[in-house]
Design a binder for this molecule. Structure first.
Ligand SMILES: Nc1ncnc2c1ncn2[C@@H]1O[C@H](COP(=O)(O)OP(=O)(O)O)[C@@H](O)[C@H]1O
Ligand SMILES: [Mg+2]
Length: 362
């Protein structure tokens, strides 16, 4: 059984309201009645109304004037209205003035089947709109949840890599070094020494992967240290020249979740620069002004398509989608801008929470 929606009937004559009520009863919706414009507005403000059924000629204010008032309210700009009146050409002309929201017209005497058919069109539309809204909310909630669990998972992997494989490798290295010292006598020293170097590289790689998954500096040293470390790594691995610009220069610590979000966004954006742009230079700009935080990642690469700039669903992947979702989680927004040359990813977070006192001092 679909959920009932509200239908508001407005007519100064209670007898007519009763007639409509009888005609609409079989739709099984919730019927609300108003005998004046004021009453109608009050009901609209207190209820979510799917469609308004309105007598055009009422003594204190006519239906068109009331409709005008209703439409001026931002919440009711799209509320459907069905006017009931004897057909006058002039009325129909006035009807054309309504561009926003759904409008329909019924002439008297009202044919019950016709009234029900017209009302049903609007109640169904309203129900679908509500469903869509609910689905969107759910989707938003889910993707927020996804981001959080992704972060938790990365943190866990990072620790696991460090604690298990990292420790095993360290142990193997100690054994090899011991072996090397002992076997120098019987000539196997060179092999042992080479194996030790292999293990050294593996240890470094494990540490690097672990730190990229969850930079320990992020919690301890804060966003700026973590970004410096990350940008140096990008330069080393990719050869792309990276710079970090902070405003103010002695950049303050921010709340933990915000620092993590900014770091992940920069990481994702620079991964794209490396993978897609062919850029030689990239710059990261982090600017705090009043309570606003602006993060930009600029590259001098080949640029992105118009569709990607518009963030059209088919032309962005989980990278850009994820950055946008992280920004939204904090009430912010992500934009892709055409650079000159290249691309700029820009995230603006409107109201930034300062770090708690002890974190700021750390
Ligand atoms: N800095 C960039 N320079 C050029 N192209 C880019 C850049 N960033 C993103 N793109 C384009 O946008 C697309 C979507 O990026 P993204 O959402 O991160 O998904 P993915 O990286 O998995 O393809 C990329 O495939 C690439 O074509
Ligand atoms: Mg990507």
């Amino acid at each position: 059984m679909p959920q009932q929606v509200n239908i508001l009937m407005v007519d100064d004559q209670p007898a007519k309201l009763l007639t409509y009520e009888v005609m609409l009863a079989e739709l099984g919706e919730n019927l609300l009645k108003a005998t004046s414009a004021r009453e109608a507005l009050e009901i609209l403000l207190k209820n979510d109304v799917a469609v308004v059924l309105m007598d055009v000629s009422m003594p204190d204010i006519d239906g068109f004037e009331l409709a005008e008032m209703i439409r001026q309210h931002p919440r009711f700009q799209r509320t459907a209205i069905i006017f009931i009146s004897a057909v006058h050409l002039t009325d129909l002309d006035r009807l054309k003035g309504y561009q926003r929201g759904a409008v329909d017209y019924l002439s008297v005497p009202v044919v019950p089947e016709l009234l029900r058919a017209k009302v049903t069109v609007f109640t169904e539309l309203h129900r679908q709109a509500k469903q869509l809204e609910a689905l969107n909310r759910e989707l938003r909630r889910l993707s927020g949840h996804l981001m959080t669990s992704q972060d938790e998972e990365r943190r866990r992997f990072a620790r696991e890599l460090h604690d298990s494989i990292g420790q095993e490798l360290a142990a193997a290295k100690i054994m090899l070094d011991t072996m090397q010292r002992h076997s120098a006598i019987n000539g196997n020293g060179k092999i042992a020494s080479e194996a030790s170097q292999v293990i050294d590289r593996a240890i470094r790689q494990v540490r690097n992967i672990s730190h990229l998954l969850h930079p320990p500096l992020l919690d301890e040293g804060g966003l700026v240290s973590a970004l410096r470390w990350f940008l140096d790594g990008v330069k080393e691995r990719s050869g792309i020249e990276t710079t970090l610009n902070l405003y103010p220069r002695d950049f303050p610590r921010l709340a933990g979740p915000l620092e993590r979000t900014v770091f992940r966004i920069v990481q994702e954006a620079l991964t794209n620069v490396y993978r897609h742009s062919g850029a030689r230079k990239a710059a990261v700009v982090v600017r705090q002004k009043d309570s606003k935080l602006i993060v930009q990642v600029l590259d001098d690469g080949k640029g992105v398509s118009e569709q990607t700039l518009q963030l059209q669903p088919g032309s962005i992947g989980v990278g850009i989608g994820g950055m946008r979702e992280r920004a939204r989680e904090l009430g912010g927004e992500l934009r892709m801008l055409k650079g000159d040359p290249g691309t700029t990813v820009e995230v603006v977070i409107p109201s930034v929470v300062p770090a708690p006192a002890e974190a700021a001092m750390a």
